[in-house]
Design a protein around this ligand. Structure first.
Ligand code: FAD
Ligand code: NAD
Length: 476
């Protein structure tokens, strides 16, 4: 027996794991009249990841880019259970989820198991360290809200320590050397934001240090941003050159130490470079929960990138009950917020169709039972039931749910110095754009995609505050 949730026993139960891009988009669209809906996530909020690097340099306040999940569910027609807990096990055969309250304060119960009819599996991914020594211990990540807050604290600590009276020149240079690992969009955007901080604020608040700060972006592949067109890669490289951000391509981080980073250079030589801070933005991998779930369906789940799904986002091997979307799934699409949010909205619509189908099946089985019992009041009633059964069978035979269809709206990235790059699909081709106008477009595009008016107001206010007073350099 599971816990008492506000359930209607007549309705099927949808359990949603996660409160990120995929899950939140599903929750916005789902019709709760059809289902009992339960959301389980260790975070009781949605995090707007595209603006995370802005939090890391103090442009935005952490609270401006998160939105409590209950802000969305409270507007639903029927109560949605929102549970702050981490799913620790999914049993696809028994159709159950076990979850644990992983927070500091615990009650007398902190682990329980509930059943589901449909599971929406949207737990995202975790940071990939490739087991490179020292990464977990010495580098900061750029994935969760606490990562951005940690980076801001560490970065400001480096600056304050460099300003300590009598610090020698080599140590100041080390402390003010910021290494960003990974030339994907996260690493590039973060480098750009760091540069803005130096240019706009460090010059004003720490003039004696400003000229000594160095940013290095390290990328193992031959170029940064492989998903962008050649023209935009070149534009980014030249902007970084002007911004004095060093890009080291074909260079691989082999180890992160307390005060340095060990690099394998393009000629395979090894160099140990002193630095104050290493930010690790080298990509993602599946969570343990996901690997364990996949291991329970070994015949169908063989893709190392994540959960294999069909065109309807049904998990292979558990097609009748589990849907997987976003970064935890392996599809032909990139693991982006854009894909996850479209998948979430699609799945909400697909679940509405499934509810109609389930309703028809229930009605059919009821009519067939009535027919079998043979207790008809008249021949006319029998014929009517036969007709209804025939009609329902025809409608069920014609039931063809639509597959997921991704509509790419373009790729945007902020590169610092109030410039952004955009690859936008246009008239069967792509237009590439870079510069200040693209940056303004980037800002307005993000402001309009932020989920609530509350968040839009908070972000716009933070931007205005920075324009008027500069970034907050105080360290918590
Ligand atoms: P997530 O949004 O990561 O959500 C996963 C959810 O699952 C979270 O709520 C998490 O708390 C929860 N969870 C974790 N473990 C468990 C568990 N055991 N049980 C239950 N719940 C669990 N994409 C773009 O398209 N454009 C961008 O500009 C962009 N910028 C980005 C910037 C940064 C810094 C980062 C890190 C990513 C960016 N992305 C961007 C990528 C985008 O954020 C991801 O592709 C997107 O978050 C994937 O959505 P998701 O729902 O699969 O996972
Ligand atoms: P990524 O996987 O795109 O990039 C990580 C990079 O790190 C790779 O290029 C890889 O070669 C490099 N790398 C890995 N190990 C390394 C090592 N030891 N030394 C040096 N380099 C190493 O990761 P990301 O940038 O976090 O992006 C993740 C996903 O989120 C992508 O799908 C991306 O498109 C999306 N995203 C999009 C935006 C945007 O659209 N603006 C912003 C951020 C993230």
């Amino acid at each position: 027996p599971g816990p008492q949730l506000p359930f209607d026993p007549e309705k099927k139960t949808v359990v949603v794991l996660g409160s990120g891009w995929g899950a939140t988009s599903l929750l916005k669209t789902i019709d709760t009249a059809d289902y009992n809906v339960v959301v389980i996530s260790p975070k009781n909020y949605f995090l707007f990841t595209p603006l995370l690097p802005s939090v890391a340099v103090g442009t935005l306040s952490p609270r401006s880019i998160i939105q409590p999940t209950r802000y969305i569910t409270r507007h639903k027609a029927r109560t949605v259970s929102v549970i702050e807990a981490e799913a620790t096990d999914v049993d696809p055969a028994a159709k159950t989820v076990t979850f644990t309250d992983d927070s500091e304060i615990k009650g007398t119960t902190s682990t329980t198991t509930i059943g589901y009819d449909y599971l929406v599996y949207a737990v995202g991914a975790e940071v990939q360290t490739f087991n490179i020594p020292g990464v977990q211990k010495h580098a900061v990540f750029m994935k969760e809200l606490h990562d951005a807050e940690r980076m801001q604290r560490a970065f400001m600590d480096c600056v304050e320590t460099a300003a300590f009276p009598g610090q020698d020149t080599a140590e100041i240079e080390r402390l003010l050397h910021m290494v960003v690992v990974g030339g994907g969009p996260t690493g590039v955007e973060l480098s750009g934001e760091l540069h803005d901080f130096l240019k706009d604020d460090l010059m004003a608040w720490y003039p004696e240090l400003a000229g000594k700060v160095k940013i290095t972006l390290v990328e193992a592949l031959p170029s940064v941003l492989p998903m962008f067109s050649k023209q935009l890669i070149e534009y980014t490289e030249s902007t970084f050159k002007e911004s004095k951000i060093d890009i080291l391509t074909k260079t691989m981080v082999k180890e992160v130490k307390d005060r340095s980073v060990v690099l394998q250079m393009p000629d395979k030589s090894i160099q140990e470079v002193p630095c104050g801070l290493v930010v690790w933005a080298a990509g993602n991998k599946g969570r343990n929960l996901t690997q364990n779930l996949m291991a329970k369906l070994p015949a169908e789940q063989t893709n190392r990138r994540g959960i294999a799904v069909d065109d309807h986002l049904r998990m292979k091997g558990a097609e009748d009950s589990i849907f997987a979307l976003g970064d935890c799934s392996a599809t032909s699409y990139a693991p982006t917020a854009q894909v996850a949010s479209q998948q979430g909205a699609y799945l909400a619509r697909a679940l509405a169709q499934i509810a109609r189908k389930d309703g028809m099946e229930k009605q059919l089985s009821h009519l067939e039972q009535t027919k079998q019992a043979g207790a008809f009041e008249s021949e006319e009633q029998k014929q009517n039931i036969d007709k209804e059964i025939e009609g329902l069978k025809n409608r069920l035979a014609k039931f063809k749910p639509r597959p997921f269809n991704y509509s790419h709206q373009g790729t945007l990235a902020y590169i610092g110095s109030e410039k952004a790059i955009a690859d936008l699909p246009f008239m069967n081709g792509n237009i590439a754009s870079g510069g200040v106008a693209t940056y303004l477009f980037w800002r307005s595009a993000y402001l309009s995609t932020l989920f609530s008016l509350r968040n839009r107001t908070l972000v716009a206010t933070d931007w205005l505050k920075v324009k008027l007073f500069g970034r907050d350099v105080s360290r918590e």
